[in-house]
Design a protein around this ligand. Sequence first.
Ligand code: HEM
Length: 158
Amino acid sequence: MDTQSIPTLYDWAGGNEKLEQLTTLFYSKVHQDALLEPVFRHMSPEHAQHVAHFIGEVFGGPTRYTHNDHGSHASMVAHHIGKHLTEGMRKRWMHLLLESADELGLPSDPEFRSALVGYLEWGSRIAVLNSTATENPIQPNEPMPRWGWGVPGGPYQP
Ligand code: HEM
């Protein structure tokens, strides 16, 4: 595959529709989970869509979180401050998200899953760290994070 034809993680995942299905299924599981339900009890009706838009933008898709939702890296981080998330909550969060990815048939090639898990591990650990912060470590004008294929360089090629 030449570098020009390597898809973004966003396209390979199945685009916005797939990512919104992913977060919708994930939060339906969260609301039935004894450990996570209290954490997300007061989330907004748009929360699942906003998180899908955020991940899509990080994965090289359209800037929906920035431009449709008027969000930013700093505003996303702000949502986690003071939430006092634990490692147990983070592990459950990871488990339910990856279970949702399997159930929805997101690509299962080793290359994509390496990038997906890498990003989710990175982001979820930062969310836990920020959840005990008292001040936002991200400046309002800082760019959104970006995630790519990493060492494998692109999707699986038989
Ligand atoms: C890669 C990892 C993560 C991403 C990309 C992410 C993304 C986001 C985004 C975009 C929002 C704002 C949603 C909105 O605008 O309505 C948000 C809020 C929130 N997130 Fe995360 N998050 C991550 C990890 C986690 C983890 C691991 C937890 C807990 C175990 C968590 C708990 C929360 C909570 C409690 C809120 C606020 C909910 C409310 O408004 O009541 N997040 N997250």
